[in-house]
Design a protein around this ligand. Structure first.
Ligand code: ADP
Length: 715
């Protein structure tokens, strides 16, 4: 293991691998039980916004009233399943470390008779809500249309029911990956992959279990019929095949993008308008946060990074090539242009597009068009070359929360080469096969060389791991480079966190609803200095080769496992017990289904007071101020965050946590203002990063035996 991986591994070491010496955290004796919001609590501000959205979608107030009445009726019927908040006293020694393999899926088989259909015919969620994006950010998954047409790589089915539904507009076609190979299972052919229960218990007792997404070599065991019926995933027009495959082998029913069903649990789609997030249910999870276009659009990205560069200096934030956004920056561009000679190249890009569309490298003023908004950027004409060819790298970054900020960086990724040898001659600038590295462009060049071997340094596409090996063999300091890349990623995300958090506060009902996978495109110069080219908020998961599948297949499963999906809350207590039993859960789990209160955004008076006190003391900027006090007298909202945080850590395979870490507090100063939960995790990392077991287990459990109940954590 290299030094860098060893360092990260240390930060994320599984609990069980660590020492368990005791240094107790003081936890509350008194349980804050006041100010419990009702399960369907909606802040008034959100109510107003929802009304506007509904009006926009054409939901009349009469329909709305009927909907509300029906919902209430259903809720009243359902309530006994969960129990009113103050009746839930499951007597948790909370949180506890279970005795068995925590955080890992249960390895049991469920009866074959439980098979369920995969495609729902339910209807009722307007596509206008789902598919819209005002943000026009960088979606390189628009390649999806491309992907769908690749019949040669589609057509796998695991459960017999799929073949029945397959004819229905191809919803059921998907990929099977075996050692990076795409395999087609013909109708009637037996799928021999081992089956595994798609349930994973939390590392804490009394918490509901999570849905487990098995690796491609395995498939999920069938779910009890009642449960399978409710495992609905809403397709969007861009749901990639690798995503569909991961969902189907987990037992999800894929419902059509045009379906009007409101009952779905998850969706993988384009970014929506911020206000449209407010019409999502607290229990629905989607792959975006409101406002991430702040880093996903080239013009906004520049504005945000530039703001911090002005404040903190070019040494800290000078990793984005100098950019001008026209027409606003026309004057300053003209000034800069005059200072340079005529043989200095610039690159022009539409502010919100992807896949190299509309991009040109230019060197004359008259090549600029003032007709449309444009991003004009300093062209980096000293790229690091391999075999004389330019390349850029695609890194995958997962954000599971913006408050507290939690960022994970995937260890593998893609290296995309231009198809022709590099030249700095002015006459070559018009040749996109030399200067652009997008696959969508270079695949049209007859010199493009396909590479199917994930471990090989050959052809026009490599895996990132191959690049690191290559560079190490060349004597490059890859650890230093990775450190710079981590720094660049964190700073970029931080540059947009202010707006994202504001929009989350305005539009989200729970902390469960969002996660986001970002694609960072990075260019290395001759000094191996990383330059950020752009951030894609819908990175392409299109798989045109087995090399792509090798990287993206495991990636998406890990994303889902880290995003942590619960089973839908549709069943009464008895049914839940029955399901737990069928799925082989022996641990005390509280409810089997999603319990929205674990993700409540509402704070009690006591919690608010603590937060205010801590933030006040943090104003001094002295870290010792919060390190010392924040872990004393933990409130339910603290425990909720810590539980989610620690549960997430059990799911890391190829992702590495880069924020928070014991050292990441140095990034706090770049944020708009200190956020309480960032300080909480900073203190937590500071104290327990090298001994997580101590943090999550003994300290919580022992002093709380018999005193802290599940609802204490809930509210
Ligand atoms: P898109 O979103 O359309 O892919 P990018 O900003 O990623 O746009 O640019 C496309 C390609 O152009 C990159 O993959 C890279 O090869 C090249 N490129 C972009 N910006 C620069 C730059 N400032 N200097 C050198 N090459 C660049």
């Amino acid at each position: 293991m290299d030094e860098e991986s060893a360092e990260v591994a240390k930060q994320t070491e599984p609990v069980d691998a660590q020492d368990a010496s005791v240094d107790p955290v003081k936890v509350p004796e008194q349980i804050i039980n006041d100010l419990k919001p009702p399960l369907d609590f909606v802040p008034p501000k959100l109510k107003r916004k929802r009304k506007i959205v509904k009006r926009k979608l054409g939901v009349s107030s009469k329909t709305e009233k009927t909907l509300v009445r029906t919902t209430r009726k259903i809720q009243m019927k359902r309530k006994p399943a969960l129990g009113p908040v103050d009746q839930i006293r499951l007597d948790a020694k909370y949180p506890l470390i279970p005795d068995f393999d925590v955080g890992s899926p249960l390895s049991i088989d469920t009866p074959d008779s439980c098979a369920a259909s995969l495609v729902s015919t339910d209807s009722d969620f307007p596509d206008s809500v789902i598919g819209l994006s005002d943000d026009d950010s960088s979606y390189d998954d628009a390649e999806q249309g491309n992907e769908d047409s690749q019949s040669s790589i589609s057509g796998y089915t695991s459960m017999s029911s799929v073949s029945v539904t397959q004819s229905r507009d191809n919803l059921s076609s998907s990929l099977s990956e075996e050692n990076g190979q795409i395999r087609q299972i013909k109708p009637g052919e037996e799928d021999t992959r081992p089956r595994r229960a798609v349930v994973r218990v939390s590392r804490f007792s009394n918490l509901p279990p999570f849905i487990y997404f098995p690796p491609a070599e395995e498939r999920g065991a069938d779910l009890p019929q009642d449960l399978a019926k409710n495992m609905k995933w809403k397709l969007s027009t861009i749901t990639p095949l690798v995503v569909r495959e991961a969902l189907k082998s987990t037992g999800f029913r894929l419902i059509k993008s045009k379906s009007e069903s409101k009952d779905w649990m998850g969706m993988w789609g384009k970014h929506m308008k911020s206000i449209e997030f407010s019409s999502l249910k607290a229990t629905q999870k989607i792959n975006h946060f409101p406002g991430t276009f702040q880093i996903g659009r080239k013009d906004r990205l520049w504005r945000n990074i530039r703001k911090l560069e002005v404040k903190f200096g070019v040494n800290e934030f000078g990793f984005l090539p100098q950019t001008y956004v026209l027409p606003y920056d026309l004057k300053s561009l003209r000034k800069a242009w005059k200072k340079t000679s005529s043989d200095v190249p610039w690159i022009i890009k539409p502010p919100a597009s992807a896949r190299g569309q509309g991009i040109k490298v230019i060197h004359r003023w008259d090549q600029l068009s003032s007709a449309r908004p444009l991003v004009v950027q300093e062209y980096k004409n000293n790229p690091y070359l391999i075999s004389g060819t330019k390349f850029d790298i695609r890194m995958y970054v997962l954000i599971t929360s913006f408050d507290p900020l939690k960022i994970y960086l995937y260890e593998d990724g893609l290296v995309r080469f231009a198809s022709m040898k590099y030249s700095s001659e002015m006459t070559s600038l018009g040749d996109n096969f030399i200067h652009l590295t997008n696959y969508s462009i270079n695949k049209h060049c007859d010199q493009y060389i396909h590479n199917e071997d994930a471990g090989a340094c050959k052809g026009s596409k490599w895996t990132l791991k191959s690049l690191w090996n290559y560079l190490r063999n060349e004597g490059a300091d890859v650890d230093e480079l990775l450190m710079r890349i981590r720094d660049l990623v964190i700073k970029t995300v931080v540059s947009g966190e202010g707006v994202v958090n504001r929009l989350c506060n305005e539009n989200l009902k729970s902390t469960y609803q969002c996660y986001e996978l970002l694609g960072f495109d990075i260019l290395l110069d001759t000094e191996l200095r990383p330059w950020l080219l752009e951030v894609n908020i819908s990175p392409s998961l299109h798989s045109s080769s087995s090399l792509d599948v090798t990287v993206k297949g495991p990636l998406i499963r890990e994303v889902f496992n880290l995003a942590r999906f619960h089973f839908p809350s549709k069943f009464n207590e008895e049914k839940q017990k029955e399901m737990s039993k069928i799925l082989g859960i022996e641990q005390e789990i509280g409810s089997f289904c999603m319990d929205g209160r674990l993700y409540s955004r509402v704070l009690s008076m006591g919690e608010k007071e603590k937060i205010e006190d801590i933030l006040l003391s943090a104003e001094s900027g002295l870290r010792q101020e919060w390190l010392g006090s924040i872990l004393e007298d933990l409130k339910p909202c603290d425990i909720r965050q810590l539980v989610h945080y620690e549960d997430e850590q059990t799911q890391l395979v190829n992702f590495r946590k880069i924020f928070p870490t014991p050292e990441s507090h140095r990034y706090l100063k770049y944020m708009e203002y200190p956020r309480y939960f960032n300080l909480l995790l900073d203190a937590w990392e500071n104290k327990y990063s090298t001994n997580r077991r101590q943090g999550i287990g003994l300290d919580f459990a022992i002093p709380l035996q018999g005193t802290l109940t599940v609802d204490a954590c809930l509210f």
